[in-house]
Design a protein around this ligand. Structure first.
Ligand code: ATP
Ligand code: MG
Length: 403
């Protein structure tokens, strides 16, 4: 079947369309073979929204990018060791980037290490890729062309299969295990049986991979709409056990889905906290530190286990003042996520605290105490806490319908 890239780009935003029209002419003029490859071809053929566009050039992608920026006022970033360049421009306030890649061959000096790179032909470039569905290419040309499909990716795309290109794939680069999870969950694809076996054999190599490289993929996986599905699969495939010694029981999927509507921008924190809740406090801290998670999530993990020590108290009905005193040291995010794992009474008390009590400003301040002639000192804390407790108990008595 023939595919018309010109027609495809004619549906794109004007700035991208203009650049691609220029590139088609320039490539023809310079006799430079350029190909659209990887995820964007896969997504186009699946009729899914196309994200970033990757272009492979049989030749010097950096020289091409430099020619590009003589015509277009775009930002240019080059990565000479890999022969790649990124051009980016603003379109209606949003940054659009396009990667230009010199076709290359890669060899792995040792498992899980970064590869050694040599410039090569398109076929070599496709052979270094992760899965057959990701090594499809279309030549940038002004007329319809066939999909270049040296590894039978089209058939796998139709059958919904994730298949590696060779037996050592997961050992060479164990981050592909996380990529397989991401695509399986997102596209609802299955692992082809021998790939599933190879993935199992590759699991121990995750330990040899740097946390930064693992997090590159893990962070992406946890930020996708299909993150919770991916975590279930990661549990099923033994990836979570290998990666951080924990599980993702089915019940967590339900909890995570219930939390998301109230915390729509916190998917990464929700999934990480629920995952870490399966570990001991020390192990959870160690994993969070190892992957270098952002500070608010690190703090939340620290608070989670301190909060767990209050569970018995929260399972009895507390006065508004006591509830506030107990819960005020904790971040709202950690309270909400932790509550989802607790009994209805605990959930109800935390919701009451967050919605009704926490927003109330204390009537009494240190200044008031000073004005009363009390000398500043450690007892201020006790006095202010006692005053706030009384204030909130009074609030609760006056607003019984809010409890
Ligand atoms: P997404 O839609 O999430 O962007 P993608 O397939 O485009 O998915 P990218 O991470 O953007 O994935 O990478 C672009 C292409 O580079 C992939 O389609 C794949 O061919 C190749 N690739 C990326 N990471 C690897 C890897 N670890 N090993 C082999 N090939 C890879
Ligand atoms: Mg991509």
């Amino acid at each position: 079947m023939l595919y018309d890239l010109a027609a495809f780009f004619s549906q794109a935003a004007a700035p991208l369309q203009q650049r691609m029209t220029w590139l088609m002419h320039y490539a023809a003029e310079q006799r430079l073979a350029c190909y659209v490859v990887g995820g964007c071809v896969r997504d186009w053929l699946l009729a899914r929204p196309v994200g970033d566009i990757d272009l492979v050039v049989e030749g010097d992608a950096i020289a091409l990018a430099e020619a590009w920026t003589t015509v277009w006022p775009d930002q240019l970033h080059t990565h000479p060791p890999f022969g790649t360049a990124t051009v980016s421009w603003l379109d209606a306030g949003a940054l659009v980037s396009l990667d230009l890649i010199s076709a290359r061959r890669e060899s792995y000096p040792q498992p899980a290490a970064l590869p050694i790179v040599q410039f090569a032909r398109l076929a070599d470039d496709l052979a270094r890729r992760d899965f057959t569905i990701n090594c499809l290419a279309l030549q940038l040309a002004n007329q319809p062309t066939n999909v270049i499909d040296p590894h039978n990716g089209l058939v796998d795309l139709q059958r919904g299969l994730i298949r590696v290109l060779h037996k050592r794939s997961f050992i060479d680069d164990p981050t592909r295990i996380l990529r397989a999870l991401r695509f399986a969950a997102r596209l609802e694809f299955r692992l082809e049986p021998s790939t599933a076996e190879l993935l199992q054999q590759g699991l121990p190599w995750l330990d040899q991979t740097t946390p930064a490289r693992l997090w590159n993929e893990l962070g992406l996986l946890l930020s996708e709409p299909s993150a919770f599905k991916a975590l279930s699969l990661a549990d099923e495939w033994g990836v979570l056990q290998q990666l951080c010694g924990c599980a993702w029981p089915q019940a967590l999927n339900h909890q995570a889905q219930c939390l998301l509507p109230n915390l729509p921008n916190e998917q990464l924190a929700i999934s990480w906290l629920l995952l870490m809740s399966q570990l001991s406090p020390n192990a959870a801290q160690a994993q969070t530190k190892r992957f270098g998670l952002p500070k608010p999530i690190r703090q939340a993990v620290g608070q989670w286990h301190a909060l767990a020590t209050t569970a018995a108290m929260l399972n009895t009905t507390l006065s508004a003042g006591k509830l506030d005193r107990l819960l005020s040291p904790f971040e709202p995010l950690v309270l909400q996520v932790w509550a989802s794992t607790q009994t209805p009474l605990v959930q109800q008390q935390i919701a009451y605290y967050l919605q009704a009590l926490r927003p109330i400003a204390s009537q009494l301040s240190g200044r008031d105490l000073q004005a009363q002639g009390i000398k500043p000192g450690p007892e201020y804390k006790t006095l202010l806490a006692a005053a706030r407790e009384r204030q909130l108990d009074q609030f609760a008595a006056e607003n019984p319908n809010l409890c």
